[in-house]
Design a protein around this ligand. Structure first.
Ligand SMILES: Nc1ncnc2c1ncn2[C@@H]1O[C@H](COP(=O)(O)OP(=O)(O)OP(=O)(O)O)[C@@H](O)[C@H]1O
Length: 372
């Protein structure tokens, strides 16, 4: 190992150590202040209004996210939620469970067919994406009951992600906001296996936060479920430390109708919104309702390069520099010389040779606080 390698290794170790300290401190503080799930107090029932049609919500639940609750606790939680709806003059909600084969899209479509006024996605970002696929293009809004590890959409929309009762309150106090939807088309090459549960046509996935390929996707693919349950967000830091050392990828990036530009990169991340945590903002200019997608292209070499990337992100640098390039447009196409891991709102979906990302402006209604 040369002296430069040693310095590089040292810098990476310091950057990672700092990142670990910052992430764990922020998460610990966030948990302390917001974890306490409000006492299960059933609010008083509102006076019955016979003349108007009662509104009704559907709740699409990913049961794996509540597996720590026993049958009794689960029923109490459901009874509490139903009582909250009744107390606001709504009918008892319809409940749908996701399955290993149907992650929420079909359940949301069924809820719309049954005429509900709102569909709540109770799960992580995977459930939120699936429910959004079922609601996009309809006039039925979605609300969030965040129960995942990352809860990236909730973080970006300022929906409480550690207090289900507070998230539920928003249903009755907030308005519907129109947000953009991102679509990712994946070309896996002749040997690739599709991952969207459909048979014909191109493989297509909806995303609401970020999609991309390279380092970040490899990091997410490397997160083991057991570690995620034990460490939560910290599992991503551990996996990130492993993925840091991969080689640069040769890619061609085309934005809208421009000529593709060749690049050697570690990650191309395209965002509908840009926040990873309250403090960590990857794309400071990304807005979920501006009708365009933003992107960052990260091209560090060695530990010093990663240090520059970490600094640019920590300081929310908007201008970009040689290691961190910012782009924006309505359509991105990324072609890779070798297949690269792809991620969607934090979920790895396997390697691909080419991805195309486009925006469908204002295609989804979400009930949430005013958009940041
Ligand atoms: N009934 C079920 N049994 C087993 N697995 C399920 C079931 N329903 C959904 N899943 C799995 O859960 C995944 C979605 O999980 P979730 O909603 O937590 O998103 P996530 O992105 O994994 O969240 P996070 O990583 O933030 O915890 C789906 O992709 C599917 O694989």
């Amino acid at each position: 190992m040369t002296v430069v390698d040693l310095i590089d290794t040292g810098v990476v170790a310091v950057v990672l150590a700092l990142a670990l300290v910052v992430v764990f401190t922020l998460l610990a503080r966030e948990r302390r202040t917001t974890r306490r799930l409000r006492a299960v107090q059933v609010p008083p029932t509102a006076p019955h209004l016979p003349s108007t049609r009662q509104r009704r919500a559907a709740i699409v639940v990913n049961p794996t996210k509540f597996s720590s609750l026993d049958e009794h606790a689960l029923r109490r939680r459901q009874a509490y939620v139903a009582a909250v709806f009744r107390s606001h003059g709504w009918e008892d909600p319809l409940w749908f469970e996701t399955t290993p084969a149907e992650h929420g899209r079909q359940q949301a479509q069924e809820a719309v067919a049954r005429g509900v006024d709102l569909v709540l996605a109770a799960g992580g970002d995977g459930t939120v994406r699936a429910v959004a696929e079922g609601l996009t293009g309809t006039s039925t809004p979605m609300a969030l009951l965040p129960a995942g590890t990352g809860n990236l959409l909730a973080r970006n929309l300022d929906v409480p992600h550690t207090d289900l009762a507070a998230a539920l309150d928003l249903v009755f106090t907030e308005e519907d906001r129109r947000v953009d939807v991102g679509w990712l088309e994946v070309d896996r090459g002749p040997d690739g296996e599709r991952d969207d549960g459909r048979d014909g046509g191109p493989e297509r996935h909806l995303f609401l936060v970020m999609a991309g390929l390279g380092f970040d996707a490899a990091m997410m693919a490397g997160v083991e479920d057991r570690l995620k349950q034990r460490l939560g967000y910290g599992a991503y830091v551990v996996s990130g430390a492993r993925a840091l050392w991969g080689p640069q990828a040769k890619v061609q990036i085309a934005v809208d109708d421009e000529t593709p530009t060749p690049s050697r990169t570690r990650a191309v991340i395209v965002g509908n919104c840009g926040k990873l945590t309250r403090q960590l903002v990857l794309m400071p200019d990304a807005r979920i309702d501006d009708g365009v997608l933003d992107a960052v292209v990260l091209s560090p070499r060695g530990g010093i390069g990663w240090g520059e990337v970490a600094w640019a992100i920590a300081t929310r640098d908007r201008r970009g520099q040689r290691r961190v390039q910012h782009l924006s447009g309505r359509r991105f196409e990324v072609r890779c010389a070798e297949p690269q891991e792809v991620q969607l709102d934090g979920d790895p979906i396997g390697p691909a040779r080419r991805i195309t990302l486009s925006v469908d402006p204002g295609a989804l209604l979400v009930r949430c606080p005013p958009l940041p």
